[in-house]
Design a protein around this ligand. Structure first.
Ligand code: ENP
Length: 256
């Protein structure tokens, strides 16, 4: 019926097993997690439900049950270089991208969706985000991304792909839509943006150009670069102190 792959076979065993593996061997600093309750929380979010009517809020219990500290300076955001990022992050030892936190770890690379009848789980096909936005997988990663960005503190690392055709900092990405707007400005010291070209790949985007420039402008419009300019033009509208949630505070350093 749908264009996406169906639910991963043995989902319950995989999720529960990954959960025990995570708390016992991958990251034993995370203790006291109830892996069967975590599976039940995932299940109640989608089983027997219309796979186009699952909202991020349906995962609130799952998020709460899997939550643990993201160590300061260890957050790593990325687009279009999942393999490289996770090799570099080394299962949370070096950095802790969302996929190396318990929340992301238990479902990374898996698929799941429900159907209103039968077993309540559709193993044949699941909707893609093009087919419907409120599908179980998309909604999960949206709330997981927002929560992860809110928890991130200290130096925020971002690894982007300078050879990506849609730009290193693509529009309508999890990073642009759910993470960038949710950093807690009081907890962030500065941003580090790494732009990695593929080996023998095109050098399409880099610091100061293309979509990276757009990202730099988003950050620096609220950061110290603009503050320096405003010393000379204090009454310019661009220099008004924002009352809404700005990403960076004047005292923060922006490394680009
Ligand atoms: P893609 O399209 O390269 O890779 C998506 C694959 O990585 C899916 O198999 C997904 O598992 C898994 N994955 C791991 N972490 C995330 C994630 N965090 N996320 C969505 N999928 C994730 O990556 P995307 O879709 O562009 O997402 C990159 C985002 O992850 C960045 O915003 C980065 O900062 C963030 P599954 O269950 O879908 O099979 C957030 C959204 O950490």
């Amino acid at each position: 019926q749908w264009n996406g792959e169906g639910t991963s076979l043995n989902l319950e065993s995989i999720v529960t097993g990954r959960c025990y593996d995570y708390i016992q061997t991958v990251n034993p600093t995370v203790r006291n997690k109830n892996c069967s309750a975590i599976w039940e929380a995932l299940k109640q979010a989608f089983v027997y439900k219309d796979p186009c009517s699952v909202l991020p809020s349906d995962y609130e219990l799952l998020i709460n049950l899997t939550l643990h500290e993201i160590p300061p300076n260890k957050s790593l955001f990325w687009e279009n270089n999942k393999h490289l990022v996770h090799k570099y992050a080394n299962k949370g030892l070096h950095y802790m991208p969302l996929g190396d936190s318990l929340t992301g770890w238990i479902v990374d690379n898996l698929n799941w969706c429900g159907k209103p009848n039968g077993s309540g789980i559709d193993y044949i096909s699941c909707p893609t985000t093009e087919e419907c936005e409120h599908n179980p997988v998309e909604s999960f990663w949206r709330i997981a991304s927002v929560t992860y960005a809110k928890q991130s503190s200290g130096v925020i690392h971002t690894m982007l792909n300078g050879s990506a055709l849609g730009g290193a900092f693509p529009n309508n990405s999890f990073f642009a839509d759910y993470e960038l707007p949710n950093f807690q400005k009081d907890c962030v010291s500065h941003f580090e943006i790494w732009v990695m070209d593929d080996i023998e790949g095109a050098d399409l985007d880099s610091c100061g150009r293309g979509s990276i420039k757009v990202l730099e402008d988003i950050l620096s419009s609220k950061g110290p670069v603009r503050i320096l300019q405003c010393v000379d033009f204090p009454s310019h509208p661009e220099c008004a102190i924002p009352s809404d949630s700005s990403i960076i505070k004047p005292w923060m350093t922006l490394f680009l």
